[in-house]
Write a protein that binds this ligand. Structure first.
Ligand code: KIV
Length: 250
């Protein structure tokens, strides 16, 4: 899906979870949209991604695909949905039926990736910090652990993932991986040498001003914008200023 982009311009991926945001993200020209299972945390209010279900993911994937009709959409397979290769295939097909163009799986799940790829399903890998199974959110791949992540990258690459998300890994490790795999590496907290970058859209937009990990750059402060807009509405309604003539029917 993205092989041709490797070595050319940087690939830009963003998450989206609903119709309107997907439309805007597409209008801004991103290369790929990920319906991430971060949905669980930023949209559904769960503490981690571990509670997200297939039904929730499919519901939001359908909405995103209605909004972004000419950008490839990747569905993030939630925990448990790829417990075995056969379960993975069944669920991956549901993502494609919902309108997605491919799926993402976390970890070096060899049998699962092999099965999906052999069935013609575009698969995005995800290594480094794996939120579905991680006990804590921290950089993965310092020292000896880096060799493991490097080897896993070569393995999933050989199995045919078209792209590989590297989450919270040291920059030099991401560089080494990027230089040694065919798939397009997409970093989040993985430094500047990846073939592309992804952020969670809510983080980029500054929807939660109590949360800002080091790798996140806020390009807007929607938390403040929304609070201010709602407070202005409340004030005008309470003060009898809204609705005025311009917003009333006669
Ligand atoms: O769920 C998600 O949003 C992700 C990205 C952080 C890559 O997996």
């Amino acid at each position: 899906m993205l092989e041709k982009l490797k070595g050319n311009k940087k690939v830009v991926m963003l998450t989206a979870y609903d119709y309107q945001v997907a439309r805007l993200v597409e209008q801004a020209g991103v290369d790929l949209i990920l319906v991430g299972d971060s949905l669980g945390m930023v949209v559904l209010g769960y503490e981690t991604t571990k509670k997200v279900s297939m039904d929730e993911m499919l519901h939001h994937t359908r909405a995103v695909c209605r909004g972004a009709q000419s950008t490839p959409v990747i569905g993030d397979m939630p925990i448990g949905s790829y417990a075995t290769p056969n379960i993975a295939l069944e669920n991956a097909k549901k993502f494609l039926e919902a309108g997605a163009d491919g799926v993402k799986v976390e970890g070096c799940v060899k049998d699962v990736i092999e099965k999906l790829v052999s069935d013609g399903i575009p698969v995005m890998g995800h290594l480094g910090l794996l939120p579905q199974t991680a006990e804590k959110y921290a950089v993965v791949g310092k020292g000896k652990e880096g060799e493991r992540v490097f080897r896993e990258s070569l393995t999933v690459d050989k199995l045919g993932v078209f792209s590989l998300v590297l989450e919270c890994v040291p920059e030099q490790l991401a560089k080494r991986i990027t230089e040694n795999v065919k798939s397009v590496t997409i970093g989040i907290g993985a430094g500047k040498y990846c073939d592309g970058q992804v952020l969670v859209i809510n983080d980029l937009l500054g929807m939660d001003d109590s949360f800002k990990p080091k790798h996140v750059k806020r390009y807007a402060n929607l938390a403040e914008t929304i609070r201010n807009a709602v407070a202005a509405f409340k004030k005008e309604v309470e003060g009898g200023k809204f609705p005025d003539e311009a917003h009333s029917f006669h």
